[in-house]
Design a protein around this ligand. Sequence first.
Ligand SMILES: C[S@@+](CC[C@H](N)C(=O)[O-])C[C@H]1O[C@@H](n2cnc3c(N)ncnc32)[C@H](O)[C@@H]1O
Length: 354
Amino acid sequence: MRTVESVLQEKGFELSPVNLAEAFARLDDSNDAVFYATDRFVSHLDRTALDAVEKVIGDLVVEEAPVILDLMAGWDSHLPASLRPARLVGLGLNRNELDRNSALTERVLHDLNADPQLPFADETFDIVLNTVSVDYLTRPFGVFREAGRVLKPGGLFLVIFSNRMFPQKAVKIWRESGEEERVILVQEFFERSGLFEAPKDFASKGRPRPADDKYAGMGLPSDPVYAVYAERKGGGNRGKRPEPVVPYHGRLGEDGLEARKKVVRETLCCPHCGERLKKWLVPDNPFAQTWDNDYMYICFNDACPYYVRGWDHMHRDGNRGSSYRLMYHPEKDRCFPIPVPTPKALRDGIVEDE
Ligand SMILES: C[S@@+](CC[C@H](N)C(=O)[O-])C[C@H]1O[C@@H](n2cnc3c(N)ncnc32)[C@H](O)[C@@H]1O
């Protein structure tokens, strides 16, 4: 199948938006060392998202005692406790943040936008990590080539990102892209370097925001976590790394799911989360007359594991940026998935329960 990525490659990337003038300009193009001289001992993501970051790193780093470079490091490298690197080199711009990061065995101050060349010998590292920082690179192609150069063959470059940023320091193409487009953009950084196997991607989004988070109560889900990753060519150990899995903590779990599905007519509760389904008016739309009944019942619980899992399932199936909710069809007495592109979708059709 011809994908956007394959068409770009065929055309030598000439159609890519990265070629637009100003693609890597920033609102604040002043010296990064000055901006990052201010200590920021903050969490860039909520706890649920940080747990997902740790899990992705833990799943993908399969090497025993790996030598790791944390590129654009801060005060936390988000390594799971089970991971024991032989060396963990942090390269960033803030001395105090690097000093506070007790997992690091070496600390390097280096401005990648001033000089993308990394101060390390070829084939030094098993792993290069870059967490919630790729949006600040004004010369990403040079940095990705360098990441490939300093990796051993078969070594992994793992780029993790979300949707939060310091907008004044993020490049224009990142600010103006949607979340799914950013996945394609990072894939292009990998592909253009010519040094990596085909990049893979992972997404975890739509999970409930922790109740004690400072943005709880704003109706926002947990910060999304995206990862694009690839091995340096020449390693021959493809297939050795598992796909990352971030578990769901459903309220009811899978036990008894089939039995709960059978009694939805009586309970009108979601078999996955137990929340009461909402009566939903089928839109009177001549282009979508799939159902001939007037009402459905839909689970609008944003923490429902069925809906939360749906973002990842749809992403893996190529339907990026959407999930599905559980819908109960009262005439057919059956549960179906109904696709939703956003958490707000379909809510207009909710009518009060009688
Ligand atoms: C949002 S923080 C992320 C820190 C860390 N990776 C994490 O996951 O918490 C962005 C980091 O990128 C680093 N950084 C930003 N611009 C940089 C540049 N031009 N060269 C090197 N590092 C840079 C900063 O020092 C800062 O620690």
